[in-house]
Design a protein around this ligand. Structure first.
Ligand code: PEP
Length: 266
């Protein structure tokens, strides 16, 4: 168990989600540039999630840099007749250490349910991967005052099999759907409010020590221009970055700002 002390701080994390972008040559070139720009960043954990076809090649480039390789999705079974799917064992085999689960694009475009999230999460953790479970509300749900209920329900169902032993590799990403790829970033008050309810839920199901140790990050139109304000938010442990992670220098600037915020007073 992670000891809770007054000075206890969770290590900030920056995850770049490259979605369905970049050819192999582009992905490996971007990874090379990132290793040059961020090879010495130690205070912030850095994770890159390229498209499936580039996983292994990007993993080779990142070897020895400390930058971790992630997948954008995973299936819940180890193997089987699931055309088009990739298992946790295969992801590990390709060099992945981390996996995104329940990204809003998976939920809204591909019909992924909280039950699928639950199964994927347990499978990923069982195989030794770290899992980033994404939750968040639509604009309509926010406008009609349902944000807390929606996020709580996603956590309740998605983390239904939560047990302390497995969940030391769990991260939660709060990603309001209306902020993803729209240029509209959530306010500090909106982020703090939802992060607090996420941590309350984690405390309820896993106990206060685990809830204190698990990182809760934000995603939605994070850029080099707004990261300083985001990094100042109390209880924000990092960011999940889509569009702005496609440019290595922009993503590096985001990491450096997070790092600077960590070294300053908090
Ligand atoms: C995402 O895909 O998780 C995301 C937050 O995208 P963007 O940064 O482009 O809003």
């Amino acid at each position: 168990m992670i000891a809770k002390t007054k000075s206890f701080r969770r290590r900030p994390i920056a995850i770049g989600n490259w979605k369905m972008h970049m050819t192999l040559a582009e992905a490996t070139a971007a990874a090379r540039q990132l290793s040059e720009l961020l090879g010495d960043a130690r205070l912030v954990e850095i994770v890159i999630a390229p498209t499936y076809t580039a996983l292994q090649a990007v993993g080779e480039v990142l070897k020895g840099t400390g930058i971790l390789l992630a997948a954008q999705n995973v299936h819940w079974d180890d193997q089987g007749a699931y055309t088009g799917e990739v298992s946790p064992i295969q992801l590990k085999d390709a060099g992945c250490r981390v996996v995104l689960i329940g990204h809003s694009e998976r939920r809204t475009i591909f019909g992924e349910t909280d039950e699928m999230v639950r199964r994927k999460l347990i499978a990923a953790l069982r195989e030794g991967l770290s899992a980033v479970v994404c939750v968040g509300e639509t604009l309509e749900q926010r406008r009609t005052g349902q944000t807390a209920a929606v996020v709580r329900a996603q956590l309740e169902k998605g983390l239904a099999d939560a047990t302390n032993g497995l969940f030391d590799r769990l991260l939660i990403a709060y990603e309001p759907i209306w902020a993803i790829g729209t240029g509209q970033v959530a306010t500090a008050a909106q982020i703090s409010e939802v992060h607090a309810l996420i941590r309350q839920h984690l405390a309820k199901i896993l106990g206060p020590d685990s809830a204190e140790a698990i990182r809760v990050i934000y995603g939605g139109s994070v850029t080099p221009g707004n990261i300083a304000d985001l990094a100042a938010i109390k209880d924000l442990d990092g960011v999940l970055v889509g569009g702005a992670s496609l440019k290595p220098d922009g993503f590096a600037a985001i990491v450096k700002t997070l790092e600077k915020a960590r070294t300053g007073p908090h």
